[in-house]
Design a protein around this ligand. Structure first.
Ligand code: CDP
Ligand code: MG
Length: 697
């Protein structure tokens, strides 16, 4: 294939061949199937999908895999991204009858992966999504009593443990993307080990035991080869490898570090676009903001390209997209066009995008990290940081799926060598309170659970304190009745607590409106640095003196009025005029429906409203945000009442330039200093009330 690898590159790259990406010399088989004249459009589409299925690297090993799955209770399946593990293995299990009458669960650390994979597999099975193939993610599910293959987030299946501690509906549980070691995946794996011992025990006793009718099979799948740890954890498990299809990828490192990776990514993209043969470009960026800003600049320059040039089709891809929103990523690139996919690390291993020949790797990702404090005042941070060597290799590998490819790293070779080999499991660096509460509900504890890695002692202590202060645990670390109610909500304990408190204050309707917006994956307020004044003017009428929570409530109320009285188009226009994201409002409305159902189950009347009163709402939120209170200091900063950190009010807050004696806030964000975001004023006397409540317990 003709390649011009030696053209000048904008960031001063030099070549280096990576030993990790040698060709496996797997020849690419066949071309697209010839259309059969008699078939209808949909059946020819189905035939094409079947042809694609049979060409996946995993297809060659189908019979051998089924044999091994039949023979072993636990299998660890390793294979290159795109080899067909996630989409094919569940179908093989179903078709071979190994699932008996039960369901096959396939867990994913990310919501978007679960929904998009379910869509693909439903198409391959030629069934409607939600029938025999479905999905279940937080605040969104599509499955029915006929569902046999269910793609779900690891969080959803951990939640199911509370109602069904043996996960008896599932005869096979596939833990996918296990190498990511997400907190919920680790908790699931620990539980699966004991559940399997319980469900399969009587099998060995040859009739002496009780229930032999519902044994559990576990399949752990991973894209990286570090499998021994899973193998050791499940004694007697079998490790299997799928031969991948990986073509050579030429890796270029930047000769010097890049200060502005978004700008370098843009310049590198146009360099590829003008100098390199056709083939799609995949750019890895840390998060949604960078994706949106790069999308804008690439679009501006792409519009100025001469007419005889290939056009550019930009496809953003990140976790907060609604189901189906990113589907154009999977469609064939139109003629004389180059797709430019802007993705977070979701495209590293969870989702394989066809057609990619060039990868631009900024070397950055967002990482959640909990800063634990012994006093309990810890907080989650989401910081942009350098990726690991393992991620860098996965990212480069995305360029070599269908033929030889190129990977442009916007960092030096020395920077690559300085990266940690692989990421630390999430359980070692995340807030544990939500998971700990769920475990307490099923009589378990992080201290006694047999985990692959134990969390740090100070972060365990910190979550115990949080749950105690919320009233979910007593001093003996036992779960309280209030704690059980809190665990029933698919929310962080702080917001579940606020909803429960709203019953007492008679403002459940208002608190549900606010919490639903805070739980939506898209942001309500669209920020625009160029139109700052216009934004501020348009939003003036929503601003509430009490702060951001009641400002959100004003927006929701105003939107609802429009929604009832006007046509759909004018709602959209209204949102645009006020720089509001309608997607957040629509998503929040679905979330609110689900939270109302939970309220109903718990006997909380969700229609109770406090009218125009402000205090009931902030007081209810205060019960949840009891850890997130800060008092004004003489120098204008704020000091946490628990945790002692000095914080400032975030510039995006309506209270940012005000001096308020006491505030509650949704979260702390750490940039160059610690900011409180989502802020409301709270009377100092109320903080005393909260303290008094604590002593009564
Ligand atoms: O799990 P693994 O990375 O081994 O592969 P997979 O996710 O099962 O993907 C197998 C193939 O299905 C890839 O070639 C993908 O491009 C394709 N696929 C797709 O076209 N659309 C999706 N939504 C998901 C997968
Ligand atoms: Mg996969």
């Amino acid at each position: 294939m003709p390649m011009r690898a030696n053209g000048p590159l904008p960031n001063g790259y030099h070549n280096s061949s990576s030993p990790a990406f040698n060709s496996t010399k797997t020849p690419k088989k066949g071309g697209p199937p010839l259309p059969t004249s008699s078939s209808s459009i949909s059946s020819s589409k189905h035939a094409l999908l079947q042809e694609q299925r049979s060409e996946l690297p995993i297809a060659k090993g189908k019979d051998a895999l089924i044999h091994e799955f039949r023979e072993h209770d636990v299998t660890v399946l390793l294979g290159e991204t795109g080899s067909g593990k996630t989409t094919q293995v569940p179908q093989y299990l179903l078709e071979s009858g190994l699932a008996r009458n039960g369901m096959i669960a396939v867990t994913q650390p990310r919501k978007v992966a679960a929904t998009s994979l379910a869509g693909r597999v439903a198409a391959e099975q030629n069934v409607a999504l939600g029938s025999s193939v479905g999905y279940s993610v937080r605040f969104d599910e599509r499955f029915s009593s006929q569902t046999r293959i269910k793609y779900m987030t690891d969080g959803m299946i951990v939640r199911e443990l509370m109602s069904d501690p043996s996960l008896s509906k599932y005869s096979i549980i596939i833990v996918d993307e296990a190498h990511e070691r997400s907190l919920r995946t680790d908790i699931l794996i620990a539980n699966l080990k004991t559940i399997q011992q319980r469900r399969n025990k009587s099998q060995d006793a040859k009739g002496k035991g009780k229930d032999t009718s519902n044994p559990l099979k576990i399949i752990i799948m991973s894209a990286t080869l570090d499998a021994e740890k899973f193998g050791r954890f499940f004694t007697g498990s079998k490790i299997l490898y799928v031969q991948g299809r990986q073509h050579p990828v030429k890796i270029y490192h930047s000769s010097q570090g890049q200060v502005d990776y978004v700008d370098s990514a843009m310049r590198t993209f146009f360099q590829i676009h003008t100098d390199y043969p056709p083939g799609d470009v995949l750019i890895f960026l840390p998060g949604q903001e960078d994706i949106e800003s790069l999308e804008k600049t690439i679009q501006i320059y792409a519009n100025q390209l001469p007419h005889d040039r290939m056009s550019v089709l930009i496809c953003p891809m990140y976790a907060a997209q609604a189901a189906g929103q990113n589907s154009k990523v999977f469609l064939a690139t139109p003629p004389n066009t180059r797709k430019c996919i802007l993705a977070t690390n979701i495209a590293e291993t969870s989702i394989t995008i066809p057609g990619v020949k060039y990868v631009i790797d900024t070397g950055k990702c967002k990482e959640k990290r909990y800063l634990a404090r012994n006093t309990g005042g810890g907080f989650d941070t989401l910081l942009t940081r350098d990726i690991t060597q393992s991620s860098a290799m996965q990212r480069a590998g995305r360029a070599g799926r269908e033929g030889a490819g190129h990977c442009f790293r916007l960092y030096t070779e020395d920077a690559f060598k300085a990266m940690p080999l692989s990421a630390e499991p999430e359980i070692m660096r995340c807030s544990l309170s939500s998971s700990l509460l769920q475990l307490k509900c099923i009589g378990q504890d992080l201290e006694t659970l047999e985990l692959m890695d134990q969390p740090a002692e100070e972060s365990m202590k910190s979550s115990l304190i949080v749950l105690y202060l919320l009233g979910a645990l007593n001093l003996q670390k036992e779960i309280t009745a209030l704690g059980r109610q809190m665990a029933a909500f698919p929310l962080e304990p702080i917001y579940a607590r606020a909803i429960i408190a709203s019953k007492e204050y008679g403002c459940t309707q208002e608190v549900l409106d606010i919490v639903s917006i805070l739980s939506a994956s898209s942001k309500l307020f669209i920020e625009s640095s160029e139109q700052r004044e216009a934004v501020s003017e348009a939003r003036k009428k929503f601003r509430h003196v009490c702060g951001d929570h009641l400002t959100i409530l004003n927006v929701v109320k105003a939107y609802q009025e429009i929604a009832y009285s006007e046509a759909k188009g004018s709602r959209k226009e209204w949102c645009r005029r006020h720089f509001l994201n309608e997607r957040a409002l629509l998503e929040a409305s679905d979330i609110r429906d689900q939270l109302r159902q939970t309220c109903q189950r718990l006997g909380i009347d969700h229609s109770v409203s406090c009218g125009d009163k402000d205090d009931p709402v902030t007081f209810s939120l205060g019960h949840g945000l009891v850890m997130n209170i800060a008092l004004l200091q003489p120098d204008g900063t704020y000091k946490q009442t628990i945790g002692q950190s000095i914080v400032k009010i975030h510039p995006s807050s309506v209270l940012c330039d005000k001096k308020i004696p006491a505030i509650i806030y949704d979260e702390l964000v750490y940039t160059n200093q610690i900011y409180a975001r989502g802020v409301s004023r709270i009377p100092k006397s109320f903080i005393v009330t909260l303290g008094a409540l604590k002593q009564q317990r």
